[in-house]
Each structure stands twice: as structure tokens, then as C-alpha cells.
Design a protein around this ligand. Structure first.
Ligand code: ASP
Length: 443
């Protein structure tokens, strides 16, 4: 069985176990199951896995971007990749939210209800765009790396890569070293991925066991409209764009992006999923690292189609609940605000709600309305994060195709880059040990 198949089985099993615990009322406050199983083993295994993924993100992005820039040959190409991906990211997000709002306006979830919620939610103000732009330049590189500030890391890595290119021939040894470190990081991704079946099982069993199913039902209008809009974007808009702009087969794409989607679903974080998304597009779809190493971390930070869709539907839903008429101007403001808000906020769990509060402040909707949807947000976060990373991968393929950096044969080869099991090549290992030994003896 391939790893993907195992992970999918684990996911299904996790949902079933979670449902049994939830519906059987086994996870009551203080019960053994909730203390030791859901809040104990499941929480531990899941957390360990997500932490290991996060551990990979910064060094992986650093080394892959560096080797991407070093391998690109012509620095002007970077500019073209940057402009194209930025434009496409904004475009897909804007389409996503516009379509979502249209569907929500048609169905009108939440009208007739009256909005009282006990949960409270405090607003955040949107940072001014000038700050967002200025913030791309790190004042302290170590701080940027330590806090995992993706845009700052991207900025510094590209500059360093360009500077190394300027050093020329003498930087050859270091460039080779970076290439090797990048390859090693990719192996580390496969090692961490190999425990995914257990982790995904634990993450899903915990999420479903703790889910308020009755809450989900009471908000059915909102949940259904949102999920429909998300699926429409994933299978409709994004696939049409992929076909139209790159001519690549949506079927092959969907088969190959599954790992990234499942990881995004289980972790609810585009950032933590970067290693897997990067692996999917480079090893499985044949996108060259010089494009993917930039567009994937960039997309995980600024491109959030699923989150924008949630914001569109939530705005209409809460406006309906409170009986507030937003009007065309209000809706256009929501579209603009959501697109802008997505640029400056990172892809981590739950950030979508914070962005939503910024949007609400702008259009004058009551921020406490967010309390209404708070309870079901965790599970919806999982779904929209899968849509977010799919969007990143679609744009990456389109840009790579346009730049002539996509290996069509690899894209069409269904089994390219599949992880079966992590194996260590004993022969290679022995050779390396021998070489190290020789170096030491000579020294
Ligand atoms: N969890 C989402 C992501 O990482 C962001 C959000 O919608 O909260 O992409």
C-alpha cells in the first residue's frame, strides 16, 4: 500500500473512532477516555507530528529557495515568477470570495434567525498596507528565522542567493553544499511523512471526538453553503483555471495533490503543510524547484482562497442574522478587505477568524457575531486549509508551465514521486561513512 492510501485509511478510521466517542458520549468532562485517550494519547501524537512538520518549514524553505535561486541562471526570471504568481494569487482569491458571496446571497443562510451568542470575540484592526509591505524586510534575520516569518525569510533567502550568484565561480562549493542540504531536507520530509498514518488518525479522532455535532447541525445553513462554495472553488474554478491557463490535466493534478490536501486537512495549517506541498509539486508533478521553492511558501502566506470563501459566506450569514443590509458597496469592500487581509496574515490554524474580524470592523458588522460561528470553525478550518494549499499548487503549476519549468512527463506519470516506504540505502550509507573516514585520516 502506498503512503497516501495508508493515510487515507487512517483518516477514515480516525473519523469513525471520533464519531463513536462523540456520539457514544464517551468523552464527557473528566472521563477516562477524554483524559487519557482524546486529551492524552491522541493529543500527544497529533501535536508531536504537527511540531515535527513545523520544524521542517524554515530550513526547508531556506535551502530550497537558495538552491532555486542558484539554479535559475537568470535572475530576471525570478521577477517574472514573482509577478505572475502574485497576480494569480490575488486573482484566485478575489474570484473565490466573489463566487462565495454570490452563492451566500442567493441562498441567504441565517435570515430570520436572531443573533444572540454567548461566545465573545474581540476584534483586531487590519494593519495598514504600508506596514504589511514594509514588514517584508527583516530588521533582524535571526528573528525572522526564529519566528518563522515567511515573507521575511523569502526576502532574505532570495537576496542571499542573488549575492552568491554575484560572487560567481568561487561560490561553487557552497552552492553544491546548499543543493545537498536541500536534498537532505527533502529526505527529512519523507521521514516525517512516514509516520503520518498514525498522526492523521490521532488528529482526526481528536477533532471529531471534540466536535459539537449538534452545533454543526444548528448552523447547518452556514456550514452547507460554505462547504458547497469551497468544493465549487476546488473542483470548479481552480480546475478550470488550471486547464485554461496551463493545459494540464485536472484529473492528474487532483490525484497528485492528495497528500498535501490530507495534511492540510489534518493540521489546519498551510504553513505546516509547506514541506508536503513542496514535495507534491516538485517530486510528483515535476515543477522545477526554482519556481516551487518560491511560489509554495509565498502562497502559504498570501494566498488563502478557502479562507476568503469562509469570509464571504460568514459576512453574508451574520449580516442576515442581524438583519443588516450591506449593499453593493459593502460587499465590494468585503472582497477588497479579504484579499488585502490575506496578504499580511500567515497560514496557521484559526487565523481566518481574526481576518474576519478585521473585515467586520471595516464594514461595520457586529464583531461579536463571530461568536456564533466560533464553535464550528475548527472543522471548517480544516476544510478551507485544504482548499488554500490546492490553490497554491494550482498557481505553482500554471506559473511553472508558463516559465517552461514543468516536466510534463513527470506530471503525466501517475506513479512519479509516490512514497512507498522510507528506506535507507545501505550501500550509499557505507560509501559516505568510508569517505568521511578517509577525510579524517588524511586530516
Ligand atoms: N488555517 C488556514 C491556513 O492555514 C487559515 C485560516 O483560514 O484560518 O491556511
Amino acid at each position: 500500500m502506498t503512503l497516501t492510501a495508508k493515510v487515507l485509511w487512517a483518516m477514515g478510521l480516525g473519523i469513525v473512532v471520533g464519531l463513536v466517542i462523540n456520539l457514544g458520549g464517551l468523552a464527557g468532562e473528566g472521563s477516562v477516555i477524554s483524559e487519557y485517550l482524546v486529551g492524552g494519547v491522541f493529543a500527544l501524537v497529533g501535536k508531536a507530528f504537527v511540531t515535527a512538520l513545523k520544524m521542517l518549514v524554515v530550513p526547508l524553505v531556506f535551502f530550497s529557495l537558495l538552491s532555486g535561486v542558484l539554479g535559475i541562471g537568470d535572475v530576471r526570471k525570478l521577477g517574472s515568477v514573482g509577478v505572475k504568481s502574485f497576480g494569480l494569487y490575488l486573482l484566485t482569491t478575489a474570484i473565490a470570495i466573489a463566487v462565495a458571496m454570490s452563492i451566500a446571497l442567493l441562498v441567504a443562510p441565517g435570515s430570520g434567525a436572531n443573533g444572540v451568542s454567548e461566545a465573545s470575540f474581540s476584534a483586531k484592526e487590519a494593519p495598514p498596507l504600508s506596514d504589511v509591505l514594509l514588514n517584508i524586510i527583516p530588521d533582524n534575520v535571526i528573528h525572522a528565522f526564529a519566528t518563522g516569518n515567511m515573507l521575511q525569510i523569502i526576502f532574505f533567502s532570495i537576496l542571499l542567493g542573488i549575492s552568491l550568484l554575484m560572487v560567481g565561480q568561487r561560490a561553487k562549493a557552497i552552492a553544491e553544499g546548499i543543493e545537498i542540504l536541500n536534498e537532505a531536507m527533502m529526505h527529512m520530509v519523507t521521514i516525517v511523512m512516514s509516520v503520518a498514518p498514525y498522526a492523521v488518525f490521532a488528529l482526526l479522532a481528536k477533532a471529531v471526538a471534540e466536535l459539537g455535532l449538534d452545533l454543526l447541525l444548528s448552523l447547518a445553513g452556514y456550514v452547507v453553503v460554505l462547504v458547497v462554495a469551497l468544493m465549487l472553488h476546488l473542483f470548479g474554478t481552480l480546475m478550470v483555471l488550471l486547464k485554461l491557463l496551463s493545459g494540464l490535466s485536472p484529473k492528474a493534478f487532483l490525484a497528485k495533490i492528495r497528500d498535501a490536501q490530507v495534511f492540510a486537512f489534518s493540521t489546519a495549517s498551510s504553513n505546516a503543510t509547506i514541506p508536503v506541498t513542496l514535495r507534491c509539486v516538485t517530486k510528483r508533478m515535476g515543477v522545477d524547484n526554482s519556481v516551487a521553492s518560491f511560489t509554495i511558501p509565498f502562497g502559504a502566506t498570501i494566498n488563502m482562497d478557502g479562507t476568503a470563501i469562509m469570509q464571504g459566506v460568514a459576512t453574508v450569514f451574520i449580516a442576515n442574522v442581524y438583519g443588516i443590509e450591506l449593499g453593493l458597496g459593502g460587499y465590494l469592500t468585503v472582497i477588497l478587505m479579504s484579499v488585502l487581509a490575506s496578504i499580511g496574515t500567515a497560514g496557521v490554524p484559526g487565523v481566518g477568524l481574526i481576518m474576519l474580524s478585521m473585515v467586520f470592523v471595516q464594514v461595520g458588522l457586529p464583531v461579536e457575531g463571530i461568536g456564533l460561528i466560533l464553535g464550528v470553525d475548527r472543522i471548517l478550518d480544516m476544510v478551507r486549509t485544504s482548499v488554500n494549499v490546492t490553490g497554491d499548487a494550482v498557481v505553482t503549476c500554471i506559473v511553472a508551465k508558463a516559465e517552461g519549468e514543468l516536466d510534463r512527463a513527470c506530471f503525466e506519470d501517475i506513479s512519479a514521486g509516490i512514497v512507498e516506504a522510507v528506506e535507507i540505502d545501505v550501500e550509499q550509507e557505507a560509501k559516505l561513512a568510508e569517505a568521511m573516514d578517509r577525510v579524517q585520516r588524511e586530516a
